[in-house]
Ligand binder design. Structure first.
Ligand code: FAD
Length: 308
């Protein structure tokens, strides 16, 4: 019931200023964000990889309509690629980017600006022995993001993308991206989407997720199963077993700070488990989406406000 309200608030500057300046927000934010600075984040990365988990790092930022800010976001990722090269973790530590942080939302030529800004990051990732996954944002960006993916994959075929099962179009996109060398993270989807393009009921989103899992796991690519849902994890394990996929031919992914013991359990069972690790100061939109998808997270936040 609160989900759509919180997702609308995620894009409101006024509410952003209020929530960001309220000191009690900090401890709640720290549950989901691995630090404001790269060095703090790298400490967390060492701890996670020491526990056998792989990581994908997200320098927080999105919805930029300022060219200079898009360049600053690009530079933050270039610094991150350099830090990862120093860690020598190879593909155990990759990067996730939101193209809207790279200029995709600019009214004039945003698609081309985002492509020009993300390309050096993908090159730097390859030099560091790792790769990049393009996060997926609201439905208006999907065509542009998939076109950027296709362009990047001509030189860097290991570049990954995210598909969201709540969109009607996604089964078709899964089929198109189930080929050799393709890396797809399948998620349910975190934005407020209209009924004209997306399933509105959880049961329909879950059923679509399973259909997409079947397509990706029976294809030739590398599926990355991004969910905290125990039912989806069990179904994915069963499908992978039936389809003869070995444990290193797909991976699970979960967000930093969510279901830590389940993350460790999957590693102990021999699965690849990658944690999505966000860091940086621009945490507002990410944080609000986490509140929107789970009432328990919202309750925790409201209780900390009430006990100030
Ligand atoms: P839900 O349907 O939200 O929950 C199902 C069940 O999972 C719950 O009933 C509960 O049992 C369990 N569960 C869920 N959350 C918790 C929790 N916090 N604690 C304990 N149990 C829990 N979305 C995008 O739109 N674009 C992206 O690029 C994107 N990237 C993502 C990357 C990763 C690695 C992950 C894991 C998610 C990403 N998402 C992205 C978010 C995603 O779309 C969903 O909003 C989010 O994962 C919630 O859906 P769910 O599959 O976890 O299950």
């Amino acid at each position: 019931m609160f989900g759509p309200v919180l997702l609308a608030a995620a894009r409101s500057d006024g509410i952003r200023r209020f929530v960001s300046s309220t000191p009690v927000t900090r401890p709640v934010v720290n549950r989901f964000v691995a630090g404001e600075r790269l060095d703090a984040c790298m400490e967390n990365v060492r701890s996670l990889t020491g526990r056998g988990l792989d990581v994908t790092l997200d320098h927080l930022g999105e919805d930029t309509t300022d060219r200079a800010e898009a360049l600053r976001n690009r530079d933050a990722y270039l610094a991150l690629a350099q830090a990862l090269a120093g860690e020598g973790l190879g593909e155990r530590a990759e990067m996730s980017v939101k193209l809207s942080a790279f200029g995709q939302a600019l009214p004039d030529g945003g698609h081309d600006v985002a492509l020009a800004n993300v390309r050096p990051v993908v090159e730097a990732a390859a030099e560091a022995g790792t790769t990049v996954t393009l996060d997926m944002e609201d439905h208006t960006t999907v065509d542009s993001t998939l076109a950027v993916l296709a362009d990047l994959r001509e030189s860097f075929p290991q570049t990954g993308a995210v598909l969201q099962s709540y969109l009607f179009r996604t089964e078709e996109d899964c089929r198109a991206l189930a080929g050799e060398g393709s890396r797809v993270r399948l998620v349910k989807g975190a934005y407020n989407e209209p009924a004209s393009v997306a399933h509105q009921h959880k049961a329909d989103v879950d059923r679509a997720y399973v259909r997409c899992l079947k397509i990706l796991l029976s294809g030739k690519g590398y599926p990355m199963i991004g969910t905290h849902d125990p039912r989806m994890v069990t179904i994915a394990q069963e499908l992978a077993r039936r389809l003869g996929r070995k444990h290193d031919e797909f991976e699970f992914q979960m967000l930093y700070g969510i279901r830590d013991s389940e993350q460790s359990r999957l590693v102990a069972e021999g699965h690849r488990m990658r944690v999505y690790v966000p860091y940086g100061t621009d945490w507002y939109g990410y944080f609000m989406r986490r509140l929107a998808e789970r009432p328990a997270n919202l309750g925790f936040f409201l209780r900390s406000l009430a006990t100030r």
